[in-house]
Design a protein around this ligand. Sequence first.
Ligand SMILES: Nc1ncnc2c1ncn2[C@@H]1O[C@H](COP(=O)(O)OP(=O)(O)O)[C@@H](O)[C@H]1O
Ligand SMILES: [Mg+2]
Length: 296
Amino acid sequence: MNDSQVNKLRDLKNRERGSGQQYLQKKNKRPTLFSVTSGKGGVGKSNFALNTAIVLSEMKQNVLLIDADTNLANLDILLGINPRYNLSDLITGDKFLNDIILRGPGGIDILPGSSGVIELIDIENEVKNKLIDCFRSIEEKYDLIIIDTGAGLTPAIVSYVINSDEVIVVTNPEPTSITDAYAMIKIISSKNPSIHINILVNLVDSTKEGDDVFDKLKLVAHNFLQFPLDHLGNLPRDSNVSRAVSVQIPFIIKYPRSAVSNALRLSARKLLRGRIASDSTRQNLFSRIFEKRESL
Ligand SMILES: Nc1ncnc2c1ncn2[C@@H]1O[C@H](COP(=O)(O)OP(=O)(O)O)[C@@H](O)[C@H]1O
Ligand SMILES: [Mg+2]
C-alpha cells in the first residue's frame, strides 16, 4: 500500500469514528469515582451528593449520580421525580442502563436506586456480566460518577466504597456520628490502604466547630491507624436545606446564595481540584466491585 492509500484508509476509519484523536481519548477515558458515605444515617449524605453533582456539572463535568442507598434510596424524593425503572429492572428485565438513567436538574444524569441494589452484589454470573457490559458501555460518557452509598458497614456499602477513587465520609459534630465515622474509616483504610479519604463535616454552627471535628478525627486516624485524612470542608446548619427538601428542589438551585450553597461550592471545587487522576488501565467500576466482593 502506498502513502496515499494509507492516508485514505486512515481518513475512512476516522470518519467512522469521528476524529481519530477523539476516539483514542474517549477509548482511554475512565471516570473518577467518588463515593459518599457515613457511619451514621441522616447526616446529610444525599443532600451533599445531589447538590455536589449539580455544582460539578455546572463546572462542565459530565456527572452520573447513582443512588445506592439500599435502605433509604431517596434521591428521587429529594428531586420530586418518580422513576419508571430502576436497577432491578436491569437485573430482572430486558431494560438497559439508557432506559433507566434519568436526566436530572443542572444537566446531571441519575441512576435511581431501589432495594434491588442489594441483589446487585449477590447475583448470578450471567447477570453480573450483563451489568459489567452495560456499565462499560456508558462509563466513557462521564467524567465523574458519584455514588450515594447509604450509611453503615454492610458488605455492599464497603464494596462500593473501597473500589472508589475518592471517598467522602460525611459526619456531623455529634460524638456518636464522629465515632461511627471513625469505625467506617478504620474498615475502609484496612481494606484499601491506598484509598483517599475526605472528611465533610455537615451541620456545623461555626467553622471552628467543623475544624475541631476534623482535627479530632485526623488525630485518631493518625495515631491508631497511621492513616491520613483530608478535610473537604464544613457545611453550616442552614434552614434552607430543609426548606428546599420540602419543595423537592435541590438547595443549590432553590437557594443558590445561601450559606450552605456557598460552602458547598467551595467543597465541590476542592474535590475537583484534588481528585485522583483516573487510571484508564483500571477495570470497569462494576467488574471491580464484583471481583473485590469475593474477598470481603
Ligand atoms: N446543612 C444542613 N442544614 C440543615 N439541615 C440539613 C443539612 N444537611 C442535611 N440536613 C437535613 O438532614 C436531613 C437528612 O439529610 P439527608 O441528606 O437525607 O441525609 P442522609 O442521606 O445522610 O440520610 C434532611 O432532612 C435535611 O433537611
Ligand atoms: Mg440518604
